[in-house]
Ligand binder design. Structure first.
Ligand SMILES: Cc1ncc(COP(=O)(O)O)c(C=O)c1O
Length: 388
């Protein structure tokens, strides 16, 4: 197999438009946070239907800032899912709060709202649902629990740019939403993130905290309109998004619906083909009718009892045939860093069962029909070879 025979697990969808947009910014002489970032924020707010958007340099930073702006701190608890990337948990840890995990609904991979209520204590402050793979969580149930217990809801929408719940775009439902524009996401700026909220005070505070805790439009201090004078009003962070990246984000946002439509078309093809293979189950078994799924991930669940090899060896066999794959996610409580929280193997059985069987397959807009067929045929070949 040559290098060119390898089908990558993920690729960004960039073309001449992004290249030109970046060149324009480089030639403008203004590289860091400025007019392009403002334009990107306004366009993103319009797209999601949120009143405000604050661009930052990652989704991790976005979640950290929201929790910091809400004053979440030591002694507080934040409820989230064990089926997520470490970033979700790290944001909680940055402010000194305690992450509390609630198992997934095995039909969706998302936090099970039925488990949330039992996990609430007098110290709970925030619910932090993750729209796993681009499939929105059951937001009505989550918002209802939050209202009854006076909690705030921060959505981790790293996978969910363009997704919708009951016809409403993700980004304008919870009290705040955090998006990722990391290189493999549905839209990318290389690295980057966005906070959306309908709350003007929260947006203002996040903006100040994202740039050193400096009062009012700190980025303007080098412009003709700005003043050299500034005041640091509190401990802030260096989380701002530069204009070079915002220019890429604006191009990607214009393409987002088309990029997601291609993801959806590939997912449908996969779903049909994998539904016929008796050694696996396509996931989710059905997309709930309340949601628009944007397929950041396409995952299959192996029926391990039908195979003579385990999940890890199945992955090795796919890779040996040139298919890039991944696993989402190693459950949070399996990582060495999280051993101090007292979580044990067996505590989150649905997440653990999911992890034991799951493989994430290539799914991105620039895949050709031939690439898609190759993935389906290769999975079939490996499954058939190792079937019991
Ligand atoms: C569920 C989830 N949350 C948060 C993040 C963090 O995003 P970022 O890399 O933009 O900080 C990721 C990134 O992969 C993610 O998958």
């Amino acid at each position: 197999m040559t290098h060119s025979d390898f089908l990558p697990y993920a690729l960004p969808a960039l073309d001449e438009q992004e290249a030109q947009a970046v060149l324009e910014v480089l030639r403008s002489g203004w590289l860091t946070t400025g007019p392009k970032t403002k334009q990107f924020e306004e366009a993103f707010a319009r797209y999601t239907g949120a009143a405000h958007a604050v661009a930052v340099n990652s989704c991790t930073a976005a979640m950290h800032l929201v929790l910091a702006a809400w004053g979440i701190t030591h002694g507080d608890e934040v409820i989230t899912t064990p089926l997520t990337f470490c970033a979700t948990i790290e944001a909680i840890e940055y402010v000194g709060a305690r992450p509390v995990l609630v198992d997934i609904d095995p039909a969706t991979g998302n936090i099970d709202p039925n488990g949330i209520e039992q996990a609430i204590t007098p110290r709970t402050r925030v619910l932090l649902p993750v729209h796993y793979g681009g499939l929105p969580c059951e937001m009505d149930a989550i918002m209802d629990i939050a209202a009854r217990h006076s909690l705030r809801v921060l959505e981790d929408a790293a996978h969910a740019a363009g997704a919708a719940y009951k016809g409403r775009k993700i980004g304008a439902i919870g009290h705040a939403t955090a998006f990722s524009f990391y290189a493999n996401k549905n839209m990318t700026t290389g690295e980057g993130g966005m906070i959306t909220t309908n709350n003007p005070e929260l947006a203002d505070r996040c903006r100040i905290l994202s740039l050193h805790g400096i009062s009012r439009d700190a980025w303007k201090r080098y412009t003709a309109a700005g003043s050299w004078y500034y005041e640091v009003t509190e401990l802030g962070y260096k989380y701002n998004m530069p204009d070079v990246l915002a220019a890429i984000g604006l191009c990607q946002l214009h393409k987002l619906d088309a990029l997601n439509a291609r993801r959806q078309a590939i997912a449908e093809q996969y779903h049909r083909a994998f539904g016929e293979m008796d050694f696996l189950e396509p996931f989710p078994p059905a997309v709930p009718d309340y949601s628009t799924h944007v397929w950041h991930l396409y995952t299959i669940l192996l029926r391990l009892e039908t195979l003579r090899i385990g999940r890890d060896q199945f992955i090795d066999e796919l890779k040996a045939r040139g298919i890039g794959v991944s696993v989402h996610y190693i459950p949070i409580h399996f990582h060495p860093h999280y051993q101090g929280y007292g979580w044990r193997r067996g505590d989150f059985p649905h997440t653990e069962a999911y992890y034991a069987r799951t493989i994430s397959l290539p799914l991105y807009p620039s895949m050709t029909d031939a690439d898609v067929s190759r993935v389906m045929e290769t999975v079939y070949e490996v499954g058939t070879q190792w079937r019991r």
